[in-house]
Structure formats: structure tokens, C-alpha cells
Design a protein around this ligand. Structure first.
Ligand code: SF4
Length: 485
């Protein structure tokens, strides 16, 4: 059986995908499968790097442009452009032209994989999809989404594989059967120790087109979130596997350091949604740090209010990314974030008392969330500037980055309410569509589909239309929020 294996089209920025790692070894070891590893998505990598450069050189001083030009937005802007660029005919036909087999297996990470899957099916390929996209959505839903642009007869050439591949998973049988399947649970230890991993080639190639020296190598231990209530967040309802449960700290260390060397990177970004410390990960992180590597984790306001947690941060971590989202109670309540402005202020006091000053803090905000009114939109940014100035005064290095609100089908925010209405043909949209429309003014085109990323309008509590935050907040405030510490 001849197949082509490729990574998610939205993987052109630096990351380490556990399932692809073990998957590539599984495919290579199966004598019945003749696999070609296709790295053509790297063309997208170069495209977004060039687009970003061009946009930043052309952009002026408006609030949205000032925000995008912020140094800490570099990776976020690449990520935003990757999502948009992966939908161009030029990219899709290039990838298709490099595939020489009928069967294509794709690890899909996000909904932005849909155009590629549809394009390949429409080109007569047989497509097997798996990965976090297939774990996040039911296969029926995925079929409806892809089926919007693919005929019923060609949809028969698709199978959706949920779950995680292990060394003993019989992929040949899965493909022979050709029906949607949920894989049985496996032992994940071998994903860390596999040696014939084609991802190494990918990492080496990425290292050649890297644009920043401080790029982190990303990996995930466990993607569960102890809170798991935010309405905009698309975590799986079921528990996610603990990828490091069956591997000891030293073996994990050896494997990760080998990949850090492949990628010529000096730090790791632990992608767990909301990092929780335990004895094993503390030992691993401390060893990495003592050998000169930097460690970044994702955390949140509630944990950053705990003395014990902050002491662990000081001991094991160099930088935290904190999902703040907003600094206004109305918006925080709307997305059921579980804390308020007073809690944010309390977390700053606790950090001041218990966290090492060398720990850098990056807050992640969502722009264009539902808001009470225009005044509160402006106040939100003033509060974020207060956060930055307060922590700077305490001696911390603080930065902000943002994502414009993106509505994908089936996340908890996608329903018409008094405050948020899905509108496909409006020129007064907020969120990512506002940004996308703005980028078009610079000649940026991406054929974004409203089925995948839904355009929406916002309304205040009195029913008045709210435009994007960028229409109300000045460039000066954007620069205060995003400027260097
Ligand atoms: S705290 Fe973060 S990971 Fe957890 S549900 Fe909210 S957004 Fe998702």
C-alpha cells in the first residue's frame, strides 16, 4: 500500500507534534506500507514569513497596525497569517502537485485543514485524516463541514480517525477497512523514544527558515485543563491522555534535548493549556534550566494567585504566558472565565510577593470580545495598561499579545445572542474578520470561508452596534500596552 503522510497545513511555525512523531515511526516499520513523507507545507512557511515582512513594511500607524507591529506579536501574526494563507488556491495546488500517491494521510490540527482536505478529495485523492482536529470534533460534524464543498461520491474517499496512534496500532488495517474509527487507547511512552522520526527532517528544515533566534520548541505533556469552563475554548469533553505518564524524567530529558539540538533551539514551550506542576515535570524542568535551557508554560490568573504555585514557577520556569482574555468583569463573565478584575489585581499582588523577578510574564488578550458598551471597551485597554505598568513597577518584564476573537462552528460562543450575531454579509464585523478585511487593504487575499471562521457583529447592552475595539482605542494606548517594558 503506497501512501503519502503530511503534517497539518497550519504547522509551519515551530512545534512538536507527538502523534505525528510516533505515527511516522509506525508507518516506517510496517512492511505492508510504502510511505512518503511530504514536507511541501513548508512552502507556506516561507510564504507567511514573506507576507509578514511585506505587511509590516507597508503598514502605517493606525491602532490595528500599531498592535500588529508590536515585537511580541511576531509569532501571533505568523499564526494568524498561517490560518488565512493555508486557504489559497496557489498553496493548495502546489501541495497537491507534490503528492504522488492516491492515498494521503494528514495530521490535522485545526479547522484550517478543511480547505486542503476538500481540495485533495476534489482532485480525486483518497484522504485519511487524524490529529487534534479529529479529536476535537465528532466525525459527523467534520463530514458536514467538508461536505459543503465536496460531492457525496467524493466524500466516500475520506476516513476520519479519532484517538492517538501507538507503535502497535495497525494502520494498514484501518486504511484497508476504510471507515471512520476511534482508535483504542495506547501507551504513549514510545512517542518519546522513537528514533526513525521524520519530524527531525522537518525540524531541521524549519531551523533554516527561522526568523527569530528566541524561537521555542513546543511540546505537550497533558492537554487537560482543570478549569475547562471558558465558553470560547474548544477542549475535548473527554479527558486527554497524559503523554508522559509512562516515561521517566531522564528519558524524557534525553529525547527533548536531542530535538532541541536538531532545531538549534535554546528553550521549550510546554503547550499544556493550563500548566499544573507535579514531581516528574518539576524534576524535568529543573534539569533543563540547570543545563541552560529556557522554559515557558501557559497558566492563568487563578493559579497565579497561589503562593505554592508561584514558588514552583520561580523554581522551574523562565516565563509564563497567561490567558487573561479581558480585564473587564462583563466580558469575563460572558465567557465564564471564572475571575474578575479584583482577582487580576490580587494575582499581581501575589506575584509581587512570591514570584522571582526574572520570570517574564506575557498576557494573552482576546480582542473584540462581547462588551457592555463602548466606554467599557476603552476601559479594558486602560486596565491592561495598568497591569503592565504595575508589574513593571514591581520589576517584572511584562508583554501583551492578542488574538482577535475567532468564531469556529461548535464552540460555546457560536449562537446568536443580544450581544453577538453571526453575519456573513456585513461590513461592520468584529474579530478576525475585521482584521482580515483590514489586511485586504494591503493586497492580502486568502478566500476565507464563513463556514469555517464565522463573521459576527457585536452589540452593547442597549442594543447599539459596537465596531471592533480597534475603532475605539487609540494607537497611543496600543503602543503603551504593547511597547517594550
Ligand atoms: S482556562 Fe484556558 S484551557 Fe482552560 S477552559 Fe479556559 S481557555 Fe480553555
Amino acid at each position: 500500500m503506497k501512501i503519502t503522510y503530511m503534517l497539518s497545513p497550519t504547522a509551519p511555525y515551530i512545534t512538536h507534534c507527538h502523534s505525528s512523531n510516533i505515527l511516522s515511526e509506525n508507518l516506517k516499520m510496517d512492511d505492508r506500507i510504502d510511505v512518503t513523507f511530504n514536507l511541501s507545507i513548508l512552502s507556506l512557511s516561507m510564504k507567511i514569513i514573506m507576507e509578514r515582512k511585506r505587511l509590516l513594511e507597508t503598514m502605517g500607524d493606525s491602532p490595528v497596525e500599531a498592535a500588529f507591529k508590536a515585537p511580541h506579536m511576531a509569532q501571533n501574526l505568523l499564526r494568524i497569517l498561517a490560518g488565512l494563507c493555508s486557504n489559497t488556491n496557489e498553496f493548495l495546488s502546489h501541495v497537491n502537485s507534490t503528492i504522488k500517491t492516491d492515498i494521503v494521510l494528514i495530521t490535522c490540527w485545526t479547522i484550517h485543514s478543511v480547505p486542503l482536505i476538500a481540495y485533495l478529495l476534489n482532485s480525486g485523492r483518497r484522504v485519511v485524516i487524524g490529529g487534534s482536529f479529529c479529536n476535537a470534533y465528532p466525525s459527523d460534524f467534520i463530514r458536514i463541514l467538508i461536505g459543503k464543498s465536496v460531492s457525496d461520491s467524493k466524500m466516500k474517499n475520506l476516513i476520519v480517525v479519532g484517538g492517538y496512534v501507538g507503535m502497535n496500532t495497525d494502520l494498514h488495517e484501518v486504511i484497508e477497512k476504510w471507515e471512520d474509527v476511534e482508535l483504542p487507547k495506547t501507551d504513549y511512552a514510545d512517542m518519546w523514544t522513537s528514533t526513525g522520526d521524520h519530524i527531525k527532517n522537518y525540524l531541521n528544515l524549519l531551523s533554516k527558515c527561522r526568523v527569530y533566534d528566541n524561537t521555542y520548541y513546543s511540546l505537550t505533556f497533558n492537554n487537560n485543563c482543570w478549569y475547562n469552563k471558558c465558553k470560547f475554548c474548544k477542549l475535548r469533553s473527554e479527558q486527554q491522555p497524559n503523554f508522559i505518564k509512562n516515561i521517566d524524567s531522564d528519558t524524557l530529558y534525553d529525547h527533548v534535548v536531542e530535538n532541541l539540538k536538531s532545531y538549534k533551539s535554546h528553550g521549550i514551550l510546554v503547550g499544556d493549556n493550563y500548566f499544573v506542576f507535579n514531581d516528574k515535570n518539576k524534576k524535568f524542568l529543573k534539569r533543563l534550566r540547570s543545563d541552560g535551557y529556557k522554559v515557558q508554560v501557559f497558566s492563568g490568573i487563578m493559579s497565579l494567585s497561589s503562593k505554592a504555585y508561584l514558588e514552583n514557577i520561580s523554581e522551574c520556569v523562565d516565563g509564563i504566558s497567561c490567558g487573561l482574555e479581558s480585564a473587564m468583569n462583563f466580558s469575563l463573565d460572558y465567557i465564564t472565565k471564572g475571575y474578575k478584575w479584583d482577582d487580576i489585581k490580587n494575582s499581581m499582588e501575589m506575584m509581587n510577593k512570591h514570584m522571582d523577578r526574572n520570570t517574564s510574564i506575557r498576557y494573552l488578550a482576546i480582542f473584540d470580545l462581547v462588551s457592555k458598551n463602548q466606554q467599557e471597551i476603552v476601559q479594558n485597554y486602560d486596565n491592561m495598561v495598568i497591569i503592565k505598568n504595575t508589574l513593571n513597577d514591581h520589576g517584572f518584564d511584562v508583554s501583551f499579545s492578542f488574538t482577535p476573537l475567532q468564531l469556529f462552528p461548535s464552540i460555546g460562543l457560536v449562537k446568536d445572542t443580544d450581544y453577538l450575531k453571526i453575519k456573513s454579509n456585513s461590513d461592520r464585523v468584529s474579530g478576525m474578520w475585521y482584521v482580515y478585511n483590514h489586511l485586504k487593504k494591503f493586497g492580502f487575499e486568502a478566500n476565507m470561508s464563513p463556514d469555517q471562521m464565522m463573521p459576527f457583529e457585536r452589540y452593547d447592552i442597549d442594543g447599539n452596534l459596537l465596531l471592533s475595539d480597534f475603532e475605539y482605542v487609540s494607537s497611543k494606548v496600543m503602543k503603551q500596552m504593547f511597547g517594550e517594558s
